[in-house]
Ligand binder design. Structure first.
Ligand SMILES: Cc1cc2nc3c(=O)[nH]c(=O)nc-3n(C[C@H](O)[C@H](O)[C@H](O)COP(=O)(O)OP(=O)(O)OC[C@H]3O[C@@H](n4cnc5c(N)ncnc54)[C@H](O)[C@@H]3O)c2cc1C
Length: 571
């Protein structure tokens, strides 16, 4: 028998509850607090306050016991997290440790998580591109997933809304396949990248090469200064938390903004167990929470609930929210909850060299690569695989001191490291994967975590379509680099498991038909409309763009709708 502390119902009652304080939860909180809703944000991890809780943000390499590298013992204890490029001596405190939060891998899946206030918004690589109309229309046109219930025009104003506040650097390129946004000044390509750009665009009329778009303040506007944020210094130490607020995170931006309204209550260390469904009222009335440390159980109540625990955890919470009406999880009348998980195919990359340009260098550590929007199957189906891939590349000179041949000590060595090396080129894919019913998550029947919650069981894999898309990228990439004048072109298939892309989506997909989707066009559960799911779990397909800007826009759109409906007493 569990002892539930409802702590005086009034004190535990809010207008809205948001589960999760990461990228999407931060936006839900900001929008609803601004609309005057008393909003409770429940976060399973510890509190992380902007600036105060970034212990490594201003450390030098020599300040770390292992100069930033991870001791073998930590790597061995974290075989999954360790695969993420951002997991280092400077950032381990923002990553979930493998042992503390186990899950079941029915098939290999590297689940990378950040459980703290701010979630993965502290760790992300900040690449932010809008979807195009082709991405929203793709599933219906090609018949590979259920139709999106919204179009590009529905979300375009919300892209603008979040871009202006978050601060996105980019160039207005006028491309149909990658719509422009409300941009701060773009980062610049270096001389070699420009040369490759020119040669590719001369050789292929369907391929566009542009500078990457990212959530960095290249020229802070008044709204950013009001957030207490300043100009990005191109330090490339972002994953430690930025002392300048130079990149967008929930901690530096949306959460403090929400707090300033006086309407925010933030509860860290609050593990949401499930959503409470009241059969008489026919709606959700609140959430059941377990204290991360004491394990005591508390209930909180609200008229609307936003589920923003990040894709797979949002699936877990809904699957675990069982009632007489919903024995298989909240809203799960069609047994599709947890299904149609998709991700990005990151397996393909190429390395190359390019001769010359030894009299040129570049300034700082730019937080964006060069990119090419998808050029495959855009206007019609034209290859033997569905959909396509975004291509990224960058050109850098080999590091001073790292890649020198010969002596590793003495005068020659000093001489060598006083000059940067030759130019290297790196190209990679971000491929769309097709959502499939068999790519799914479910609850373990016999294993629970420390809080008594069933472990998530993940069964997600590549398919033949992904391999064909990968092979096409490797072939096209090599051809483009060759035409751009590169040499020593080496293709690579990392064969990495799904998950390491950290772009997992789906499981609670949006759609027009309640028979084959879970959410309507406003992100409300068809069968329980006062519950909104607006993180990656809601995604019907993946597109080829980095996903988080779309999560933000969908969240802001749904939160404003929810607040308006609440005011009209429609929820
Ligand atoms: C290294 C790295 C690089 C990335 N690069 C990019 C990029 O360049 N561009 C891009 O678009 N995306 C990128 N991503 C992905 C991006 O971080 C995520 O898409 C984004 O953070 C998702 O937002 P979210 O709100 O859904 O989840 P999160 O930001 O992960 O927040 C979810 C929050 O919910 C909390 N939570 C989970 N379960 C519960 C529970 N039961 N009760 C209470 N709270 C709970 C978690 O602790 C967490 O704080 C990257 C991620 C990483 C780690």
């Amino acid at each position: 028998m569990i002892n539930i502390n409802s702590g005086g119902e009034a004190q535990h009652t809010f207008d809205a509850i948001v589960i999760g304080s990461g990228i999407s939860g931060g936006w839900a909180a900001k929008e609803m607090c601004e609309k005057g809703l008393k909003t409770l944000v429940l976060e399973r991890g510890r509190n992380v306050t902007h600036l105060r809780d970034y212990p490594t943000a201003t450390k030098n390499p020599w300040d770390f016991p292992h100069r930033g590298h991870l001791p073998e013992a930590i790597k061995n204890e974290n075989p999954i997290a360790e695969k993420c490029y951002a997991f280092s001596e400077a950032t381990t405190h923002f990553f979930v440790k493998d042992k503390e939060h186990p899950y079941v891998q029915e098939k290999p899946f590297d689940w990378i998580r950040g459980y703290q206030v701010g979630g993965k918004s502290l760790l992300w690589a900040r690449q932010t591109q809008r979807w195009s109309k082709f991405d929203f229309e793709g599933p219906a046109r090609d018949g590979f997933a259920t139709a999106w219930p919204i179009s590009y025009n529905d979300i375009a104003p919300w892209y603008s809304h979040v871009e202006l506040f978050a601060g996105i650097a980019g160039n207005k390129d006028g491309l149909e396949t990658l719509p422009d946004g409300e941009f701060l000044p773009p980062w610049e390509m270096n001389v070699v990248e420009k040369q490759i750009q020119k040669r590719i665009m001369d050789a292929y009329h369907d391929r566009h090469v542009v500078i990457g778009r990212c959530a960095h303040l290249t020229k802070p506007q008044p709204v950013h200064l009001q957030q207490g944020r300043g100009q990005c210094q191109a330090r490339s130490l972002c994953e430690r938390g930025c002392p300048f607020g130079g990149y967008f995170s929930s901690n530096s931006s949306t959460l403090p903004w929400a707090a300033k309204t006086g309407n925010l209550t933030l509860r860290p260390d609050a593990v949401v167990h499930s959503i409470i469904y009241d059969e008489q009222k026919g709606k959700a009335t609140g959430v059941r929470v377990i204290d991360a440390h004491t394990k005591s159980v508390t209930e909180y109540y609200a008229r609307i609930i936003f589920v923003n625990a990040a894709t797979l955890n949002s699936n877990l919470i809904l699957l675990n929210s069982k009632s007489g009406r919903f024995p298989n999880g909240l809203g799960n009348d069609n047994d599709l909850l947890g299904r149609y998980i998709a991700f990005h195919n990151y397996r393909g990359s190429l390395t190359a060299t390019i001769d010359g340009y030894l009299d040129t260098y570049y300034y700082g550590r730019r937080p964006a690569a060069v990119m090419m929007p998808n050029f495959r199957n855009v206007y019609k189906q034209e290859t033997d695989f569905l959909r396509g891939y975004m291509t990224f590349y960058s050109a850098t000179r080999s590091s001073w001191g790292h890649a020198v041949d010969g002596d590793q000590i003495g005068a020659n060595y000093k001489e060598n490291i006083s000059e940067p090396g030759n130019w290297n080129v790196y190209m990679m894919m971000q491929g769309e994967t097709i959502p499939k019913a068999e790519n799914k998550v479910s609850l373990s029947k016999d294993r629970t975590d420390e809080w008594g919650i069933p472990l998530l069981s993940v069964s997600v894999d590549y398919d033949d379509n992904d391999v064909k898309s990968l092979n096409d990228f490797l072939q096209q990439g090599a051809e483009m680099l060759n035409k751009a004048g590169c040499k020593n072109i080496v293709p690579n298939d990392s064969k990495q498991a799904p998950g390491l892309d950290i772009h997992e989506v789906g499981g609670v997909r949006m759609g027009t038909d309640p028979k084959n989707s879970l959410l309507n066009k406003w992100n409300q559960l068809h069968a329980c409309p006062n519950v909104f799911v607006t993180d990656g779990a809601c995604m019907t397909s993946t597109g080829t763009q980095n996903p988080s800007l779309t999560f933000m826009a969908l969240t802001a759109r749904a939160a404003n709708y929810a607040a308006d409906e609440l005011r009209k007493n429609n929820i």
